[in-house]
Structures are given as structure tokens and as C-alpha cells.
Design a binder for this molecule. Structure first.
Ligand code: C2E
Ligand code: CA
Ligand code: CA
Length: 736
């Protein structure tokens, strides 16, 4: 074996021993050259020269091996001996060019001196370059390096081009160029697709592009392009492309002119972007932001905007704007009895009726599009509240007429799930500029007028008048807000335990109302007095009784000890006919024993209309419901009356407990009340017990039932349940 052979066989041994390298993880700056030469010596020398230059060389001794190594190694450069037995270098080159990998790889063919035929054949076979064999290895190395660099740059260029294309495709961005000389429009594939055209390398006649643009948009597009041709920078517009499949796409176009050295426009460059989806999303967002999804009517936000515009126009024209505030009278009942589905269906039908009323009307239907600002508009503010805006109002009478027509329009029955149902509404009317000068004032005025209809028995209309707010205005607003609170279920009951201090056990709970108004918890003293004045207290009382009964039955359902609940009731309630029957119904409905419900009425109220109250108290007590006199000691009850009343408990007013200490006047009073209770055979309970001293002194005077911060504040139901558990645990621990 010659030394040369041993070197080359050594090499192949080491190669066989080492595992096949994974080229994917090789450093990309190591460039591999495939050297194909059937002459071992020349191969060895060439190899050595290339390796000296830092290249990594793979060898092949013939054409077959060359193709095999090429597939395996993906070299960056192929150096091919032209003349080889079997497959010649040219054959190998042709074969490489036929593979996807080999299409662009630089191929250098080594030829003999003065072998012009080979040079021509090399180029024919697709070689990148040829090199006349010589002993000047540096020349070969330089040539190889040059070819590698050119190939790298080419690959880089291809990569960045493909990145741009990809980016364009992702951005749905098309590129176009309109050459004025050749009168052709070159469009990138993406752009051609947008125009519903098949890509053509040689571009399109502008006429073809023109027909792609929607007929209605053509003259507009023409104007824009003219501006671009005039050299106006930054021409941009949107246009619609009518596709052959019948769909329309919205395309955003930007154009810029290219000028020659004389300043004459020779070309327009531009981009085109399909923005159909973006436009759809935008319009959907607009729809969601401005319209009520149930009825499709403008929502509160948009209505306010429309009203604002209408007011501005009216102030310029010195005309009027009418605002009608409509609230359905019995929506909640329908919703509760027929279900939300029917409720929604009803709201939709009501929306249609209101809209129809405005359209057919002789005096107001001036414009068919009700949602365009500046014209009549119907909106749903939420729940069962609708508003109507009337513009260019010549007189208030027109607005009143519309209100009457709306009421009339709602009179015919609505059909819900095949069932006929009747709906009435209360409508308040306010007119700009007389009743208010801005959106808020007008809406508030219409709202107040609407509530005055509700208070007067519903189902009607009333124009706003300043008399509505002759009382302290905030009262009326509070009343209205409270009305809504009831419907929106913003009221809560807090429960304060009543403790038997002899056993340490809870004997009952007093339900105290709270109003969850947004983030604030409004205490009853801030709203009960107003509710009392406006009569809403009746509805609040009904709600509280219902809620308390529900709670008692829930305790039972949860396997907990149910406690009697004391509910505060106003005297008005006792005096309304049917009150007792209502309470009885409620108890039955929730399956609650009458003994579990206690009603508290203040001493002052009790004494107001004794005859009336007496009858109701008798009925309630016969039925088994417990009665307490609240705030006892502050009124002027006479003993003879108290004797007649079917009472169970006296609650010592907390003002007497507050400054209770030995030897105080209050001690005398507390002691007297306790004695009175005993004499009448009534239970007595002290309210507002805050300290252990107060509790101790109360016990001394025989008052063992107590309620107050000393034991617990009024608690939301979850906290109350926890308090109960805590007490039980304490008791267990104490007995253990
Ligand atoms: P009230 O019936 O005399 O209720 C007792 C009030 O004293 C409650 O005030 C309670 O939180 C508070 N209180 C309890 N323990 C203490 C204590 O140790 N110290 C002090 N300083 N106060 C204590 P709240 O809850 O603010 O209720 C105020 C009033 O509002 C009630 O007085 C009652 O007249 C009325 N109210 C509450 N809920 C209702 C209701 O559902 N219907 C009616 N008609 N009136 C209610
Ligand atoms: Ca009370
Ligand atoms: Ca009280």
C-alpha cells in the first residue's frame, strides 16, 4: 500500500468510526466543500489546499459517490473534475441541477489546460464556473472563496426576499407598480389575488384592474389616482373590489409617484391591503358600543350622544327637542312569571312597536332612519326603560301627542309563546329648552315626570313640570333611584342576632335593610324616610318580608337551625287592605311557620291610627305572627291601649341603653319598662347594647334578651351563619 493510499484509507476509517454528524447542528460558518476527483493524488492535494484555507472537505472518487455524498452532506460548494470514468463531471453537474438541493449550489468544474471544449460543456451542464487545473492552489482557493461568498449573498437575498413576501402575505399586503410608459400595471401575487386576477409576471393592462374595482367606487378611485399623478404625496383611499364569486372586499390603497429627472411622473408605486376583516371588526365594535344587542336600538351611550347633537342643532335653529322616557309598568311580573326568554321577546316587540309608532305618525315621521343623529331616535337605556328623542319640535304638544300615541300603540296585546299578554307603560316628557338645557337635565326631567306617572297609578303620560321638584329635589331622585334599586335587586338584608344572655344563645335575628348602591352600602336612615314619604315603603316592606321568609326556608333546606326573623314594618303597611293576606301568602309560599316571622312596628307609628292598626294586628296575631313594639319608650303609649294590643315583645329603645349606668335616669326608665313588660306578660329586649356594663345592669333589672354591637353588628347572611357557628363551637368547648 502506498503512503498515499494509507493516508486516504486512514481517513476513511476514521470517518467510518465516527458517527454520522448531524449537519443541522453544525456551525453555519463552517463551509463544506464536496470535492469530486477520480485521481487520488490530485484529490489529496486539492483537499489539502482547501483545508488549509479553513474549509471542510468531503471527498468523492466518482460520480455515483459524488451524488450520494451531496445528498448526505448538502455541501455549500461542489468542485468537480471534468473528466472521470463513468459519470463525467458534466453528467454529475447536470444531475445535481436536477435536484431541488442542487439547483443553486455553486459548482466549479476543473478542466485541463487549453480544454476549451470542456469550458463550453461545463457551462452547458449548468456549472457556475470553471478552473484550469494548476499547481497554484491559492488561485483555486480564492476562486472557491469567491463562489462561496456569492452563493451566501444569493441565499441571504433569497431569504430576505422570502421574508418580505411572507410578511406581505401575513399583512395581506400587495405591492403594485403602474408604469406609465409601458402602460402596464405590475401587481405582486398577493395584490393580484386581491384584485381577483391571476398573477402575471408581465403585468396587466390597467383596464383589467379597472373592471375589478366596484362600479360605484370607480370615479372616486380615478380622482385619487389623478391626484397621485399630479405628484401629490401620500395619496391613500379605500375602495371595494367586486369579486367574481359575488363577494366584496375592501382594499386600502396607498400610492406615490416616481418622477424622472425632468420632474415628470413616470411611474406610480403603491401598496394595497385587504382590510375587509378589520372593517368588519370595527363596525362590530361600533355596533356593540352604540347599540343594545337585544333590540338593536341605540343604547344609553349612543342616545346621549344623539341627544347632545340634537340639542346643539336646536340651539342654533332655535327649535325644540323632546325627550320621552318610557318605562313598562309590569315588566318585572311578566319576566318573573313567564321567564327571561319571554321577557326578552317582549322587549323586542315593544322596541318594534315604539319604532313603528314614530314612523307612521303624521307629525313626527320625517325621517325613516331613526338612528341617525339629529333625527327622531328610539333607544333602550337598559331593563325596560326606553327613550324617544324628537327633534325640530315646533311645540310641546307634538311631544305629548307622541307620548299618547306610544301608550295607545302598546295597548294591543303582545303574543309571547302563544300567550297573549298586556303591557302598559308610564311615560314622562321633557322638552328642550324649557325643561332642561343639557342632556342630563333633560333626561332627569323626563325621568322625574315618568315616576310621577308611576306614583299616580301608572299607565299614562305626564309632561315634566317644576312642581314635580317643588319638594326637595333630591328626595324625588332618591325615590326614583330606590324604585330602580328594588327592581334591580340592589337591596340587602343584614341580620343582627338577638341573644338570650341567660343561655348565651341566639333566639332570633332582626333583619335590617341595606342598599347596595354601586360600591356604597347605603344605611336605611338615608332612604327609609324618603320611602316612607313617597309610599315606596310598602314595596320595600313586601320585599323584606319575602326575603326573610326565603331565608328561613333556606336555613332549613341547608340543614341549619332556622331562627325567627324580625322584620321592620311601617304603619302604612298595616293599614293597607290585604296586608295580612299578603303576609300569609308569603309564609305559605315559602313554607314558613307564622311563629318564625316577627313584625316590628315603632311605638310612635303604632299609636297613630290605632283603630286601623288594631284590626290588622289582631289578624296577624290570630294567624300566629309575632309582634314587637320597636323603639319603646319614645312614644306615648297608654297602658290601657297596650293591654288591648296582641303584642309579644317590647324593645327598649337604644337611647335609654346608650347612657345606662347605675343611678342614671335611664336606669329608672329601663327598670320601669322591664317591669311594665312583666306586668303585661310581654317579652322585653334591649337594643343597642354596646358594653358589658350595660348588659350587666340590664340583667339586674330583669332584661335578659339583648341586641347590640356588644354581641354583634348587623351582618350579611354569610357572616351571620359564621357567627352562629362560632357561638355553637364556643358552647361545645365550654361544655366539654
Ligand atoms: P331599628 O329598627 O331601631 O334598628 C336598630 C338599629 O340600631 C339598626 O340601625 C342597628 O344597626 C342599630 N344598632 C344595633 N345595635 C347597635 C348598637 O349596639 N349601637 C348602635 N349605635 N346602634 C346599633 P340601622 O340598621 O341603621 O337601621 C336604622 C333604622 O332603619 C332601623 O331602626 C329601622 O327603623 C329602619 N329600618 C331598617 N331596616 C328596615 C326595614 O327593612 N324596614 C323598615 N320599615 N325600616 C327599617
Ligand atoms: Ca327594629
Ligand atoms: Ca329600634
Amino acid at each position: 500500500m502506498s503512503s498515499l493510499q494509507s493516508i486516504s484509507s486512514n481517513y476513511s476509517i476514521t470517518q467510518q468510526l465516527s458517527p454520522v454528524p448531524d449537519r443541522r447542528f453544525e456551525r453555519s460558518d463552517v463551509e463544506r466543500v464536496l470535492l469530486v476527483d477520480d485521481e487520488p493524488l490530485s484529490r489529496l492535494l486539492t483537499k489539502a489546499a482547501l483545508e488549509d484555507a479553513g474549509l471542510v472537505v468531503t471527498e468523492a472518487g466518482d460520480g455515483e459517490e459524488a451524488l450520494h455524498e451531496f445528498r448526505r452532506e448538502s455541501p455549500a460548494l461542489v468542485v468537480l473534475d471534468a473528466i472521470m470514468p463513468g459519470m463525467s463531471g458534466f453528467d454529475v453537474c447536470r444531475a445535481l441541477r436536477d435536484t431541488p438541493q442542487g439547483k443553486h449550489v455553486p459548482v466549479l468544474i476543473l478542466t485541463g489546460l487549453n480544454d476549451e471544449e470542456s469550458v463550453a460543456a461545463a457551462y452547458d451542464a449548468g456549472a457556475t464556473d470553471f478552473f484550469v487545473r494548476s499547481t497554484q492552489w491559492t488561485l483555486l482557493v480564492q476562486r472557491c472563496r469567491y463562489l462561496l461568498r456569492a452563493s451566501r449573498m444569493r441565499a441571504e437575498l433569497e431569504r430576505s426576499e422570502s421574508r418580505v413576501l411572507k410578511a406581505q402575505r401575513i399583512a395581506r399586503l400587495g405591492i403594485w407598480e403602474w408604469d406609465l410608459n409601458s402602460r402596464r400595471l405590475f401587481a405582486s401575487a398577493e395584490c393580484a389575488a386581491m384584485l381577483d386576477l391571476t398573477y402575471q409576471r408581465e403585468g396587466f393592462k390597467p383596464r383589467m384592474v379597472w373592471t375589478a374595482i366596484h362600479r360605484d367606487d370607480r370615479s372616486r378611485v380615478c380622482d385619487f389616482l389623478k391626484r397621485a399623478l399630479e405628484g401629490i404625496a401620500d395619496v391613500r383611499f379605500d375602495c371595494t373590489v367586486a369579486k367574481r364569486d359575488g363577494s366584496n372586499r375592501i382594499i386600502h390603497v396607498e400610492a406615490e409617484a416616481e418622477l424622472d429627472h425632468l420632474g415628470k411622473v413616470i411611474r406610480l408605486h403603491g401598496i394595497a391591503q385587504d382590510i375587509t376583516e378589520r372593517c368588519a371588526a370595527e363596525s362590530q365594535i361600533r355596533q356593540l358600543a352604540n347599540y343594545d344587542s337585544l333590540t338593536g336600538l341605540p343604547n344609553r351611550r349612543y342616545f346621549r350622544e344623539q341627544l347632545q347633537t340634537a340639542i346643539e342643532i336646536a340651539s342654533l335653529e332655535t327649535s325644540g327637542v323632546g325627550v320621552l322616557f318610557l318605562d313598562l309598568d309590569n315588566f318585572k311580573r311578566i319576566n318573573d312569571t313567564l321567564g327571561h326568554h319571554a321577557g326578552d321577546a317582549l322587549l323586542k316587540q315593544v322596541a318594534k312597536r315604539i319604532t313603528a309608532c314614530l314612523r307612521t305618525g303624521d307629525s313626527v315621521a320625517r325621517n325613516s332612519d331613526l338612528s341617525v343623529p339629529g333625527v327622531d331616535s328610539v333607544a333602550r337605556l337598559g331593563g325596560d326603560e326606553f327613550t324617544v328623542m324628537l327633534t325640530r319640535l315646533e311645540s310641546d304638544d307634538v311631544a305629548h301627542g307622541v307620548a299618547h300615541r306610544l301608550l295607545h300603540g302598546l295597548q294591543a296585546p303582545f303574543v309571547l309563546d302563544g300567550q297573549e299578554c298586556f303591557v302598559s307603560a308610564s311615560v314622562g316628557v321633557a322638552c328642550y329648552p324649557r325643561d332642561g338645557s343639557d342632556v342630563d337635565e333633560l333626561l332627569r326631567a323626563a325621568d322625574l315626570a315618568m315616576y310621577s306617572v308611576k306614583d299616580a297609578g301608572r299607565n299614562g303620560m305626564k309632561p315634566y313640570s317644576p312642581a314635580l321638584v317643588s319638594g326637595p329635589q333630591h328626595k324625588l331622585e332618591l325615590h326614583n333611584a330606590l324604585h330602580r334599586a328594588l327592581e334591580r335587586e340592589e337591596l340587602r338584608l343584614y341580620y343582627q342576632p338577638q341573644i338570650d344572655t341567660l343561655t348565651g344563645r341566639i333566639v332570633a335575628a332582626e333583619a335590617l335593610m341595606r342598599w347596595q348602591r354601586g360600591d356604597t352600602l347605603v344605611p336605611p336612615n338615608d332612604f327609609i324616610p324618603v320611602a316612607q314619604e313617597t309610599g315606596l315603603i310598602l314595596a320595600l316592606g313586601d320585599w323584606a318580608i319575602d326575603h326573610a321568609c326565603k331565608q328561613i326556608s333556606r336555613w332549613r333546606a341547608e340543614g341549619k337551625t332556622p331562627y325567627p326573623i324580625a322584620v321592620n314594618i311601617s304603619a302604612n303597611a298595616f293599614q293597607t287592605p290585604g296586608f295580612v293576606a299578603k303576609v300569609a301568602n308569603c309564609l305559605r309560599h315559602h313554607g314558613v311557620d307564622p311563629e318564625m316571622l316577627e313584625l316590628e312596628i315603632t311605638e310612635t307609628m303604632l299609636m297613630q291610627d290605632l283603630q286601623q292598626t288594631l284590626r290588622a294586628l289582631d289578624e296577624l296575631s290570630t294567624f300566629g305572627i309575632k309582634l314587637s313594639v320597636d323603639d319603646f319608650g319614645t312614644g306615648y303609649s297608654s297602658l290601657s291601649y297596650l293591654r288591648k294590643l296582641p303584642l309579644d315583645t317590647l324593645k327598649i329603645d337604644r337611647s335609654f341603653v346608650k347612657e345606662l349606668y347605675e343611678g342614671s335616669d335611664d336606669e329608672v326608665i329601663v327598670s320601669a319598662i322591664a317591669a311594665l313588660a312583666r306586668a303585661l306578660g310581654l317579652r322585653v329586649i334591649a337594643e343597642g347594647v354596646e358594653t358589658a356594663e350595660q348588659a350587666a345592669l340590664l340583667k339586674v333589672h330583669g332584661c335578659f334578651l339583648m341586641q347590640g354591637y356588644h354581641f354583634s353588628r348587623p351582618l350579611p347572611i354569610d357572616a351571620f351563619d359564621k357567627f352562629v357557628e362560632g357561638l355553637a363551637a364556643e358552647e361545645k368547648a365550654a361544655s366539654a
